[in-house]
Write a protein that binds this ligand. Sequence first.
Ligand code: 5AD
Ligand code: SF4
Length: 468
Amino acid sequence: MPYIKALMSAPSIHVRSFGCQMNKLDTALVTSALKEAGYDFTDSVKQADVVLINTCSVREHAEQRVLSHLGHLKHIKKSRPNLIVGVIGCMAQRLGDKLLEHEAVNLVCGPAEIPQIEQLITETLKEKKKSLAVTEKIRQKAPEQQSQELEQFESAYGIEDKSIPGQAYVRVMRGCNNFCSYCVVPYVRGPEVSRPPDAIIEQIKKLADLGVKQVTLLGQTVNSYKYKQGAKTWSLADLLHAASDIEGIEWLRFVTSYPFKEFFDDIMQVMASSPKVCEYLHMPAQSGSDKILRAMNRNYSADSYLELLERARAIVPGITIAGDFIVGFPGETDEDFQATVDLVKKARYKNAFIFKYSPRPGTTADNRLQDTVDIEVKQKRNLELLTVQEKISDELSRDFLGKQVKVLVEGLSKKSRVNLDKDENPQLIGRTSGDWIVVFNGPESLAGTFAAVKIEGISPLTLFGRLA
Ligand code: 5AD
Ligand code: SF4
């Protein structure tokens, strides 16, 4: 009998996840594997025997938050020396044994090593020793056995994220080969590997059988998905097409897209022709200055990026577009920044995520370029770009006033901001197929189902309405 199942009472695990959707998915996979192995889960650190932290390295700020959390755990461990603390995710891979030296940390496990997580935790609990599992040569193609283990882990446990009912993520590719000069991802998640289409489709079918209605396909550059099978090379468009035939799945999304020309029209065409593929494209531009784009090693110009958006809008007229930007990249002048402002004005995003450049050790930008833009200037540009975008978001949201939208209900909203109905029903949150957030009152039992909502109020990023 496995060690955990033979114990009188199962150890309790508390998981905390930082970072992107990839991390959320990894957390779900790990949680599911550990539940299967007999572990209990708790929402409280106080009741936990093991605290697992899934970490992000994309900006320094994300790492600082983890370090401050570890500082807090170190304090707790003074009175509870048996508490096990494990760090998984990108920071685990990036810092490896340095992280293991932290007083609070007992185990460190990189993203490509998560199939070992159960064994690592069990050994750490039994033997009270420190354990390290990181990938030594992260940029090399993984040995066949390791790839198979990851693939097995992924498909066996890809069904456990109850945080939003009715929805699930499915990874279609791991890693990244793009090497944008500021980005740490290729060094912590390794080379790009597309998963076999059969495994992906099988997994989506399983999710549909479990009642999942919306699947989001995940990849760092999801639109470069490519898998050779016999004479056929599968693209993301083929995957979306095949997934559209799965009964029970009603909405399909994919994130994040890179402005690649290859496959672009095919993907847009599936979006236009399949009612299941949500009319939503998240495609970061990062900057509107060609000089900065070159320094970022992004392989397109501002004009060619905007051309892609035009093509997207020509093929899918109602498409919603979202973007990411980095302000204050080394060498970014006022003029470069102005080019970014111009691009944002032309792109007319639903929303844009705007980040201040954060030097990441090991990246080419950090190796070769000085972080020249003052933090005050980064701050100012960040705010200015947000203001420009907010005005656009506000204008776009006005189109919804008085209209009825279909939303997939996520559950209770965090804050009760507007109470249009003064009835007993709590405030709920849902999303349209174009990813607009909709807040309305209704019974909590609607979570995980589709609802029709009439829009009666707006704010730049949120639509407010009542159940139709
Ligand atoms: N500094 C600031 N932002 C970054 N991003 C990635 N790396 C960095 C960095 N070093 C942003 C990009 C990316 C998003 C996920 O995070 O905009 O699209
Ligand atoms: Fe990072 Fe660029 Fe890869 Fe995105 S495409 S993960 S920004 S290297």
